[in-house]
Design a protein around this ligand. Structure first.
Ligand SMILES: Nc1ncnc2c1ncn2[C@@H]1O[C@H](COP(=O)(O)OP(=O)(O)OP(=O)(O)O)[C@@H](O)[C@H]1O
Length: 243
């Protein structure tokens, strides 16, 4: 089976005089419907990797970067910006750290937003997701009227409403208290599994991810070498994946 995501020899670097950083992904595959936590300390490049996987930031180099059967590396090399925007809108869902809900829309409209952008309205799915996530009674409210945990549930529903193939969550529990963090992580995993979506969660807390049932991929970090560049390496070989 072709993996949903397949990266080989992918790099992205921030140069400049102050604390240059390079992210290296020699090998990384993720199958359809798979869940994985990306663990690493602050500044290790988790957000940088998620931004690339969200097709929101280009790699500096890529021998291979494919997503959903599409050659992402080729799109970035030129002429594929519309295709990237279309893939982002239709096939990818994002759960931000603090929910990222729009204050002037109702919870229901917030959840439906990804459907509107993808051109696939489906009010029944919005209500069904809200039901599963325990926020059905909150749909008419504005985000400011929800608890922090309810907001994260709404953000999970929004990330799944348009039936994406991949959900990306960058520290989705950073703003919630520890007990609730376990619940949110477990819910995210359960909902993605139900929807058949692959899931990548960036976290600095691998133990919490393990408790919530995620396999964990830790990055290798290297202090600045002779060239002054700090490096982080994320490797996920297909062999290790099968083990
Ligand atoms: N736009 C940028 N320009 C220059 N350097 C950047 C930029 N964005 C991130 N960096 C640097 O790249 C490195 C990786 O940052 P990144 O945000 O990807 O790490 P992270 O693992 O997500 O951190 P955290 O857990 O604190 O969110 C850091 O050293 C950071 O300072």
């Amino acid at each position: 089976m072709t993996p949903l995501l397949s990266l080989r020899g992918v790099t992205r670097a921030y140069r400049g005089d102050a604390a240059p950083f390079a992210l290296e992904v020699p090998e990384f595959d993720l199958d359809e419907g798979e869940a994985l936590a990306l663990a690493g300390p602050s500044g290790s490049g988790k957000s940088t990797l998620l931004m690339m996987l969200a097709l929101a930031a280009p790699p500096d180099a890529a021998q291979r970067f494919s997503f959903a059967g599409q050659d992402i590396a080729r799109y970035w090399r030129g002429g594929g910006r519309d295709a990237l925007a279309d893939l982002r809108a239709r096939r990818i869902g994002v759960v931000p750290q603090t929910g990222g809900l729009l204050a002037f829309l109702s919870v229901e409209q917030n959840i439906a937003l990804t459907q509107r952008i993808a051109g696939r309205p489906d009010a029944a799915r919005v209500r069904a997701l809200a039901e599963e996530l325990g926020i059905r009674a909150q749909l008419a409210k504005r985000p400011a009227e929800l608890s922090v945990g309810q907001r994260q549930r709404a953000a999970i529903a929004r990330a799944l409403a348009h039936r994406p193939a991949l959900v990306l969550a960058d520290e989705p529990t950073a703003a919630v208290h520890p007990e609730l963090a376990d619940v949110v992580l477990a819910l995210l995993r359960r909902e993605c599994k139900t929807a058949g979506a692959a899931l990548l969660v960036a976290t600095h807390d691998p133990d919490r991810a393990v408790r919530a049932g995620y396999p964990v991929l830790s990055c290798e970090t290297h202090a600045p070498g002779a060239d002054g560049v700090a490096r982080s390496i994320f490797v996920r070989a297909p062999v290790a994946q099968a083990a």
